[in-house]
Write a protein that binds this ligand. Structure first.
Ligand SMILES: Cc1cc2nc3c(=O)[nH]c(=O)nc-3n(C[C@H](O)[C@H](O)[C@H](O)COP(=O)(O)O)c2cc1C
Length: 212
């Protein structure tokens, strides 16, 4: 992709306020969007996240009720609930290392060194710091998803006002190691969404970036 086309995509993207409820995302496109989440990078590769893709209309309606009644949650084609590990633990390290073993077959010494390294990273943090660290990784996956969506001309809106604890109960996450961080509505803009034509509000480049 050339830089000009990429910048055009970024200009085209906006936080969609009104979705066309009749427009659905093609399964192959949705599959690629889901892969953008799975393939997103994370600190030390631990992937402390879980994603619930909501397609069911009734469930989307219920989620709208705990997201400040924002219409995007109900009218979008898919609503992704993005979750983080409440407290990344030694068990999560083992799960990750089992996958490393499966994919890369490292030597026993290398595995032991990794185990020490990962355990050290987790134990050097308080539970609150580990929770915040896991949440930060979810925001990184969010960036990947929003970017992938724009590249495939799918509209999106991050929904930060989703009530996490209520969403956990609604989706049964309260009985799991994961908790809701935020949601993302994905679909196609309604022609009536006037926000699509609004100018982007961004600081000037010199105010936010310098090259040394
Ligand atoms: C973490 C996060 C949470 C957000 N939550 C909401 C939300 O609950 N409702 C909404 O309409 N927009 C939400 N937004 C969209 C932002 O308001 C929007 O991205 C910002 O104003 C910049 O506008 P633009 O994305 O259209 O360029 C959220 C964005 C982010 C990154």
């Amino acid at each position: 992709m050339n830089p000009k086309d990429y910048l055009e995509v970024l200009e085209w993207r906006y936080a969609c306020k009104k979705f066309d409820p009749s427009a659905s995302i093609d399964p192959s496109v949705m599959d690629a969007l889901e892969e953008s989440l799975r393939l997103a990078p994370s600190s030390i590769g631990l992937q402390p996240w879980y994603f619930v893709v909501v397609a069911d209309q009734e469930l989307k309606k219920s989620l709208r009720g705990i997201a400040m009644n924002q219409s995007q949650v109900e009218d979008c084609s898919r609503f992704v609930v993005m979750c983080a590990l409440r407290d990344p633990s030694a068990e999560d390290v083992e799960r990750y290392l089992a996958r490393v073993e499966e994919m890369r077959a490292p030597s026993a010494e290398k595995m032991e060194a990794s185990r020490k390294f990962y355990s050290g990273v987790l134990s050097s943090r308080t539970p609150e710091e580990r929770a915040a660290w896991a949440e930060n990784q979810v925001y990184l996956a969010l960036g990947f998803l929003l970017s992938a969506a724009a590249l495939m001309k799918v509209d999106s809106c991050a929904i930060g006002s989703l009530d996490g604890p209520k969403c956990d109960v609604l989706l049964g996450l309260d009985k799991t190691p994961y908790r809701t961080v935020l949601g993302v509505a994905l679909g196609y803009r309604s022609p009536e969404d006037t926000y699509a034509a609004e100018a982007k509000v961004r600081f000037l480049r010199d105010d936010v970036l310098e090259t040394r």
